[in-house]
Design a protein. Structure first.
Lengths: 150, 211
């Protein structure tokens, strides 16, 4: 800003000077010069208020964009949690299934009696190696984990 | 007016107490520390009041009152932490609101004695309940400005966030130290980003070129 633009000649403070004022980029003498004019000139005072409003608005923009970027990873974290939960649930389910098969088959083969046709079918298919079957199921679930997780 | 390179360059001066040290000393009742903090942050407080639509002279008075209140609170042992300039800005905001409420009440009772056609329209009396932040920026303007900021280069964004973040941010000299640029370059970046955001807020985005 050239000299005299906000002096006694009555010329207004330039937009650059007002911007520099709100940004704290003027030295003490320049600040005093701007303030002397602004306190007597309602046009420049209004312009200064608008500039200050904008300055405060920029702080809000930074604050809001910061908040948004903090929230941004949240969906990704949620998906990861859901996926790990599903995987853990799958593994637990597989173990439960294997345990159920063992509980179903072992007593039947031990006591020699088959109570139903479903039990007979299970005995025919897996009864000879129940524990191997359970172990296989667990191994399968781990492979799925690795694939899902990777 | 030429833009000064030195007004905020307090942190880089050798042996000068850091901002945190000043705050700690002020909390312990050191008036010299309070003076240094007022000297450093008062302008920001005044600008925040101007941004609320307060005139310059009154803004300076209210800012002064806000500092006095903080010092009183410290002396009464009611101030446990001191985050500046944010706390002073908040204190000044409360005082500004109080002032507007008081004046609105006074104005209303005084106006009762005037003829009806001399009374102001409803819109002319400022509503103290209006949230100052919402008045600063509509959601649409905010979204536009955020989009523009997101499109700036990462280094420009970082500089801008350091200057305008954390309730008053850092001085240009401090930011220059942090990012390893000259104060002049930091100011150039801030001015460029500011120009973009101003255009975005004022709905004139197409006229400005990305830095």
């Amino acid at each position: 800003m050239s000299q005299g633009q906000h002096g006694e000649a009555g010329r207004h403070v330039t937009a650059d000077a007002l911007e520099a004022y709100v940004m704290g980029m003027l030295d003490d003498i320049e600040v005093a010069e701007v303030e002397r004019h602004v306190s007597k000139c309602s046009v420049c005072e209004q312009a200064l208020m608008r500039e200050a409003t904008l300055e405060m608005a920029f702080e809000r923009v930074v604050r809001e964009s910061g908040r948004r970027s903090e929230r941004a990873p949240e969906p990704a974290r949620r998906v990861a949690q859901l996926r790990s939960g599903a995987i853990a649930g799958g593994a637990v389910g597989a173990f439960a299934m294997a345990a159920a098969v063992i509980l179903w088959v072992v007593p039947a083969s031990t006591h020699g009696g088959v109570s139903s046709s479903f039990g007979a079918e299970v005995e025919a298919n897996v009864g000879a190696q129940p524990y191997a079957q359970a172990g296989d199921a667990a191994d399968d679930s781990r492979i799925t984990d690795a694939r899902d997780g990777g | 007016l030429a833009r000064s390179d030195e007004p905020r360059a307090t942190a880089s001066e050798p042996k000068a107490p850091t901002h945190d040290e000043l705050c700690a000393r002020a909390l312990a009742g050191d008036m010299a520390a309070w003076n240094a903090l007022v000297q450093r942050h008062n302008h920001r407080v005044v600008v925040s009041l101007l941004g609320r639509g307060m005139g310059l002279d009154r803004a300076k008075d209210v800012a002064q009152d806000a500092w006095m209140r903080l010092i009183e609170q410290q002396r009464e042992g009611r101030l446990k932490t001191l985050q500046l300039p944010g706390l002073a800005i908040v204190q000044a905001g409360f005082l500004a609101l109080e002032t507007v409420r008081r004046e609105t009440r006074h104005e209303t009772s005084w106006r009762r004695h005037e003829p009806i056609d001399a009374r102001p329209e409803a819109g002319e009396v400022p509503d103290p309940a209006i949230d100052a932040e919402a008045r600063l920026l509509s959601n649409e303007q905010l979204a536009r400005a955020e989009a523009v900021l997101a499109r700036c280069s990462p280094s420009a964004r970082k500089v801008f966030r350091l200057v305008y973040g954390n309730d008053g941010g850092m001085s240009h000299a401090e930011v220059a130290d942090v990012v390893g640029l000259s104060v002049q370059r930091v100011r150039q970046i801030v001015c460029e980003v500011r120009k973009l955001l101003r255009a975005a807020v004022e709905g004139d985005e197409a006229k400005v070129v990305k830095p």
